[in-house]
Design a protein around this ligand. Structure first.
Ligand code: PEP
Ligand code: MN
Length: 359
C-alpha cells in the first residue's frame, strides 16, 4: 500500500500558483497530474508521500487542503459525488433506478428508431446500441461502425433519449463524439490503457465494463486511468465474470456491486443480459442488482429477439422490459422506505405504475 495525496486548490486560484506548486513538486521528485473537477482544480500526486510531512503540501501556493489517500486509487475512492447529470436531465446515480436498453447491435436506421421508441415506452431513460462491435469470432457481424453511430443520433433526436455506445479504439473517440452521450468501454477493452486515456480526455461520461477476468481492484484501476486524465464522469458496469459455471453465459458477480458501493461513490450499473445470457434470468437478476445497491441496469432488448443480428439468445422484448421496469420501481421505492407494507396490490394508474406509459 502506498500513500498518495490530492492537493485541492481554493476557488479562484491563479494559473501561476498552480504552476508554482507543480514546479515545487517536480523539484521534490514527485510525479503528479493536474485534474479539473466540476468544483475545483486539483493536483494528484502519484508517488508515495508517506515520508513527506503534510505542511510541505499545505504550504504550496493556492492549496486549500491536502487529502492523503492510502491507495493507488486516489481519484476513484475520493470522488465526492455519485451523480452524473446528462444534458436532457437524465441522472445517473440518482434516486430512481436507471434503465438503459436497446439492441446489442445497431442494425439499421429504421430499426433503431423504432426500437428506441419502444424501449422509451417501456421505461428506459437511455438508449444502448453497439456500432463498433467486439465479436469473439471475426466471421460474426462486426457492426455498422460510424454509420451505426449516426443512426443512434437519429434515434436520439426522434425520442430525446441519450445514447450509450461502445468505442474500441482511441481514434473512434473523437469520431463518435457528436453521436453519443456516453462512451462505453467494453469488457474486452477494460485493459486497453490507451483507449482509457483517450476517453479520459473526452468531455462525456464513460460506462466502464468490468473485464470478464478482472478483479475488483483491476476494474477500479481502469476507472482511475480515465479519471486521471481529468474525466471524473465514470460509471462502473458489472457484466459478469468467467468462472467454471457454464449454465449461465457469465457469473454475475453482485457481491462486487455491493462491495464497490461501500468503497466508492461512482455510480454502478449491472448488465444482466451479458451477465446471464438467459432471457428468463434477466428480471430476477435486475431486481437482485437493485437490492445489491446498483444504480440501474443495462438490458439488451429487441422487438424480434430471434432475428437479432447479435446476442439473439439473450435479448428480451420491449413488453418484458416494461414488466422489469414496474417491478424495479416497486422494489426501489420499498428499499427507500417509500412503499407501504403491507401494501395494496399494484394496479395500473397507482403512483408506482403511472410513471410508465401504457403500450
Ligand atoms: C455489449 O454491451 O454488447 C458487449 C459487447 O458487452 P461486453 O463488453 O460486456 O461483452
Ligand atoms: Mn451484446
Amino acid at each position: 500500500m502506498i500513500t498518495t495525496v490530492i492537493l485541492v486548490f481554493g476557488r479562484g486560484v491563479s494559473a501561476q500558483d498552480i504552476e508554482a506548486a507543480s514546479q515545487r513538486l517536480q523539484a521534490l521528485g514527485l510525479a503528479h497530474q493536474q485534474v479539473r473537477t466540476q468544483s475545483s482544480m486539483q493536483i494528484v500526486v502519484l508517488d508515495d508521500v508517506s515520508t513527506v510531512a503534510s505542511h510541505v503540501f499545505t504550504q504550496l501556493p493556492g492549496v486549500s487542503k491536502a487529502i492523503r489517500v492510502d491507495s493507488q486509487l486516489s481519484l476513484t475512492l475520493k470522488k465526492a459525488s455519485a451523480c452524473i447529470n446528462l444534458a436532457n436531465g437524465t441522472v445517473i446515480g440518482g434516486e430512481e433506478p436507471l434503465i438503459i436498453a436497446g439492441p446489442c447491435s445497431v442494425e439499421s436506421e429504421a430499426h433503431i428508431v423504432h426500437l428506441a421508441h419502444q424501449v422509451k415506452e417501456s421505461g428506459a431513460a437511455i438508449l444502448r446500441g453497439g456500432a463498433f462491435k467486439p465479436r469473439t469470432s471475426p466471421y460474426d457481424f462486426q457492426g455498422l461502425g460510424i454509420e451505426g453511430m449516426k443512426f443512434l443520433a437519429v434515434a436520439r433526436a426522434a425520442t430525446g433519449l441519450p445514447v450509450v455506445s461502445e468505442v474500441m479504439a482511441p481514434n473512434q473517440v473523437a469520431e463518435s463524439e457528436p453521436y453519443v452521450d456516453i462512451f462505453q468501454i467494453g469488457a474486452r477493452n477494460m485493459y486497453n490503457y490507451d483507449l482509457l486515456k483517450e476517453v479520459g480526455r473526452a468531455n462525456k461520461p464513460v460506462l466502464l465494463k468490468r473485464a470478464m477476468s478482472a478483479t475488483v481492484g483491476e476494474w477500479l484501476s481502469s476507472a482511475e486511468y480515465i479519471m486521471l486524465e481529468g474525466n471524473l464522469q465514470v460509471v462502473l458496469c458489472e457484466r459478469g465474470i468467467r468462472t467454471f459455471e457454464t449454465h449461465t453465459r457469465n457469473t454475475l458477480d453482485l457481491a462486487s456491486v455491493a462491495a464497490v458501493k461501500q468503497m466508492c461513490q461512482l455510480p454502478v450499473i449491472v448488465d444482466p443480459s451479458h451477465g446471464t445470457g438467459r432471457p428468463e434470468l434477466i428480471k430476477p437478476m435486475s431486481l437482485a442488482a437493485i437490492a445489491a445497491g446498483a444504480d440501474g441496469v443495462m438490458i439488451e432488448v429487441h422487438n424480434q429477439p430471434a432475428e437479432a443480428m447479435s446476442d439473439r439468445e439473450q435479448a428480451i422484448t420491449p413488453a418484458a422490459l416494461r414488466e422489469i421496469t414496474l417491478e424495479m420501481r416497486i422494489l426501489a421505492a420499498t428499499l427507500r422506505g417509500k412503499n407501504t407494507f403491507p401494501h395494496k396490490p399494484v394496479v395500473a394508474g397507482s403512483p408506482l405504475t403511472s410513471a410508465v406509459p401504457k403500450g
